[in-house]
Structure formats: structure tokens, C-alpha cells
Write a protein that binds this ligand. Structure first.
Ligand SMILES: Cc1cc2nc3c(=O)[nH]c(=O)nc-3n(C[C@H](O)[C@H](O)[C@H](O)COP(=O)(O)OP(=O)(O)OC[C@H]3O[C@@H](n4cnc5c(N)ncnc54)[C@H](O)[C@@H]3O)c2cc1C
Length: 392
């Protein structure tokens, strides 16, 4: 018996879910708000762990293709003091395949493969329990019903309200992302500083991380503790105006804004010049305040609707969110594909939710504690965390 299944969202969770169902010859409708795969920049690099993201790719039959695309050398990690002194310089062994990196765009294309996505299908609401199943309403006024609706629509999920009243809250930490292109030819000193993988510098309540993507592209993340509205009054919230000679507020909509670069340079004032060059040469700035769902977010099971990935358990970006999202997508797909009737399907979803909540709850606690230590009043905490998690 074929269940009418829809997955809302074509991110790592939704695409892995759909790809594994496809492998099991089960039809699935993929509803994605973006009008096209390349409608917006895909974001930075992801490290896929052997026991999470790679396990999911194995279930999708895509592990060999992943290994051909991924960058094991990208696992390299260097940590500097704010004065530029190298504190740690960790290099993976040549055969280390524990957490290789892959560009998000490459991962998306790998997962997409033969899948047929309904691009430009923004979902506004999901109503469980109607006579014909679960009703999905779209932004353009259309509606459609399914037997199972899987919410894989990320942090600001429109499916979540059908099962839970939880909403994300601000962690107190903001990221501002910028990029460097053609780093090896245009900024060879920075290319050496970053190496094959990442470089991170931690100071008091702030840090700078630069990560190499493929093709000489680098993503730089400035991270700092600040009130959510820090950019509206730099003088009052950040004590910056006097030092940087900045206007009171920043226009976040203007990605090229030199004012953002100046504010960040003032915020990281006194750090080593080569480290600050990561900001000086950054091309555009994207403001990303970090939100999370409550740790151990669960809900009373609702027949016909469930959540995956960030929609279910948004946590700080400490290298597990996409991994977990993919493994959940693969596991749910396998369970649903193996369920013969509607009752079995509902039991399969219920069992999946229990397993997801337990594992995601553990990781949400670990990543919340990790964020406290990475962006901390005591920068030695970040180094200690690195030493705890990195194999020697
Ligand atoms: C700076 C940063 C770095 C990170 N680094 C890592 C890392 O190294 N490793 C790691 O594992 N994780 C990392 N993460 C976390 C990771 O990005 C997320 O956990 C992961 O993307 C979650 O996948 P998802 O599919 O659940 O949601 P998303 O990736 O958010 O995908 C949701 C999809 O749903 C679509 N959508 C949204 N609303 C609707 C709607 N109403 N209707 C239809 N479609 C909709 C969106 O367009 C999107 O395509 C990082 C996060 C950040 C911010």
C-alpha cells in the first residue's frame, strides 16, 4: 500500500528523507519554498560524521559519491591566540575519513539526483485530522491533502505549530558571516593562515572562525555575545561608537555595508593584523543571530504529522545539526517504507519520534554547553573544549 507522503523543505533533512524513500521505490512529494535550487547562496561547508551524516548517505546509497566529492584534508584545524600565536595545529591522518567536509551546494546536488522537487511551494499551514488526511495550505492559496506530512522546514517551521507551541529563542550569541573568494591567488597569506581546513581565534566573549570551502572560497564567521538589537545602538550595546567613530545604528539589509566591517574591526580591535585581514577582505556580510529551540523539545504525538532536523530541535551550530537532520531523514524513510498499513505507519512514526527526541536531546545539551564555552568570558574554555573533542 502506498501512503501519500509530503515532505516540507528541501534542506539536508527533507532531501535525505526523500532520497531514501526513492531508493525504496516509495513516491514522495517534496515541497520547497525556494523557487529554484540556486535561488540563494547555499551556505558554507559541512563536516559529515561517520556515525551520523555518512551513515545517512550510506542508507541513501550515496556514500561512494560523497567520498569522491568530500575533502578529508578539510578536517585540519588551527587555533590561534588573539595575538596570532599558534596554540594548536591539528592535521588529520591521510586515511582519516571521520569528518570530511563537503560544500552545502555539492551535498544538495548529490541528494537531489533524480528527485523531483516542487520548487516555489511555500507552505503556510498544516492542519492534521481532516476527513481526507492532513491538509497543507500554500502561500498561493492552493491546498492539498496527504496521509503523512513531514516538517523538514528548518528553524522557522510552518509545520511545527501543528504539533507544538515551542518557538526558537535567541542564545545571546550572534554570528556575522563574510566570504573570501580565490583566496589562494588573491590572499595567499590568508590562505596559509587558514590552511586546508579551518582557523579559529577565541577572545573574551567573541571569536573568529575561517573555513575553507572548495574552489578557494572561504567563509569567515565573527561570533560574539550581544543583545539581539546590538546593531541599533552600537554605543549603548557594544561600547563601539567612540572608538570606531560609527553612526549609532547599522543597516543590516545592506550586505556590502562598510559600517558593518568597521564595527566588526572595532569589536575585534587589538587582535593580530593577519586575523583582522579576514574581516578587512570579506566581501559581503550576513547577520545571523543564533536561535535555539528548548533543549529536549518533544510533543504529544499527532497522527499524520512529524518533524525532522532543525524544525524539531534547532541547536547551536557546533557541527551536528545537518548530520542529525540527515540521519533522521534516512531513518524515518526506512521505517515508513517498511510499514505496510496506516496503523503500522503511525506506529513507525511514533517509534521514530521517541528515538529522535532521545538522541537530539543529548546533542542539544552538549551543543548548548559547547556554545557557552566557545563564546565565553574565559577564552581558555574554547581551547579546553577543542582538546576534549579532538583526537590527539
Ligand atoms: C553558520 C552555520 C554553520 C553550520 N555548520 C554546520 C556543520 O558544520 N555541520 C552540521 O552538521 N551542521 C551545521 N549547521 C547546522 C545546519 O545548517 C542545520 O542544522 C541544517 O541545515 C538543518 O537542516 P534542515 O534540513 O533541518 O533545515 P534547513 O537546512 O534549514 O532546510 C529547511 C528547508 O526548508 C525550506 N523551507 C522553509 N520554510 C518553508 C516553507 N514554509 N515551505 C516550504 N519550504 C520551506 C527552506 O527553504 C530550506 O530549504 C550550521 C549552521 C549554521 C547557521
Amino acid at each position: 500500500m502506498r501512503h501519500r507522503i509530503a515532505v516540507i523543505g528541501g534542506g539536508p533533512a527533507g532531501l535525505t528523507f526523500a532520497r531514501v524513500l526513492h531508493r525504496h521505490d516509495h513516491p514522495v512529494t517534496i515541497l520547497e519554498r525556494d523557487p529554484a535550487p540556486d535561488a540563494r547562496p547555499p551556505g558554507g561547508t559541512l563536516d559529515l560524521h561517520e556515525n551520523l551524516g555518512q551513515l545517512a548517505l550510506g542508507k541513501a546509497g550515496l556514500l561512494a559519491e560523497f567520498q569522491a566529492l568530500s575533502r578529508p584534508e578539510g578536517q585540519a584545524m588551527r587555533i590561534l591566540d588573539v595575538d596570532g600565536t599558534v596554540l594548536r595545529d591539528w592535521q588529520p591522518r591521510p586515511d582519516d575519513r571521520a569528518n570530511p567536509e563537503i560544500d552545502r551546494g555539492q551535498l544538495r546536488d548529490l541528494l537531489l539526483g533524480p528527485l523531483d522537487v516542487r520548487w516555489g511551494s511555500g507552505v503556510t499551514e498544516v492542519v492534521p485530522g481532516t476527513r481526507d488526511g492532513v491538509l497543507v495550505r500554500f502561500a498561493d492559496g492552493r491546498q492539498e491533502t496527504f496521509d503523512l506530512v513531514v516538517g523538514a522546514d528548518g528553524a522557522w517551521s510552518r509545520v511545527r505549530p501543528a504539533v507544538s507551541s515551542a518557538t526558537p529563542h535567541y542564545t545571546g550569541v550572534t554570528l556575522v558571516e563574510t566570504s573570501l573568494d580565490d583566496v589562494d591567488t588573491r590572499h595567499p597569506d590568508l590562505a596559509r593562515l587558514i590552511g586546508d581546513g579551518s582557523v579559529a581565534v577565541y577572545g573574551v566573549n567573541r571569536g573568529l572562525v575561517a573555513q575553507r570551502n572548495s574552489g578557494g572560497h572561504v567563509k569567515v564567521y565573527a561570533q560574539f555575545r550581544a543583545p539581539l538589537d546590538w546593531h541599533t545602538d552600537l554605543d549603548r550595546h557594544m561600547g563601539l561608537r567612540r572608538r570606531a567613530g560609527l553612526d549609532a545604528g547599522l543597516d543590516l539589509a545592506d550586505a556590502e555595508a562598510e559600517a558593518m566591517r568597521s564595527s566588526l574591526l572595532a569589536l575585534f580591535d587589538g587582535w593580530a593584523a593577519p586575523v583582522l585581514d579576514l574581516l578587512r577582505h570579506g566581501t559581503a556580510f550576513v547577520h545571523r543571530p543564533l536561535y535555539v529551540l528548548p533543549v529536549s523539545h518533544t510533543w504529544a504525538h499527532v497522527p499524520g504529522v512529524t518533524l525532522l532536523g532543525d524544525a524539531a530541535h534547532l541547536m547551536p551550530p557546533l557541527g551536528v545539526g545537518a548530520n542529525l537532520a540527515m540521519l533522521e531523514g534516512a531513518e524515518l524513510a526506512e521505517s515508513v517504507a517498511a510499514a505496510p498499513g496506516p496503523g503500522d505507519r503511525d506506529e513507525a512514526v511514533r517509534a521514530f519520534e521517541e528515538q529522535m527526541w532521545a538522541r537530539a536531546g543529548r546533542l542539544a545539551k552538549i551543543t548548548a554547553a559547547g556554545l557557552e564555552r566557545l563564546v565565553s568570558p574565559d577564552p581558555t574554555e574554547a581551547l579546553a573544549l577543542f582538546d576534549e573533542v579532538q583526537p590527539s
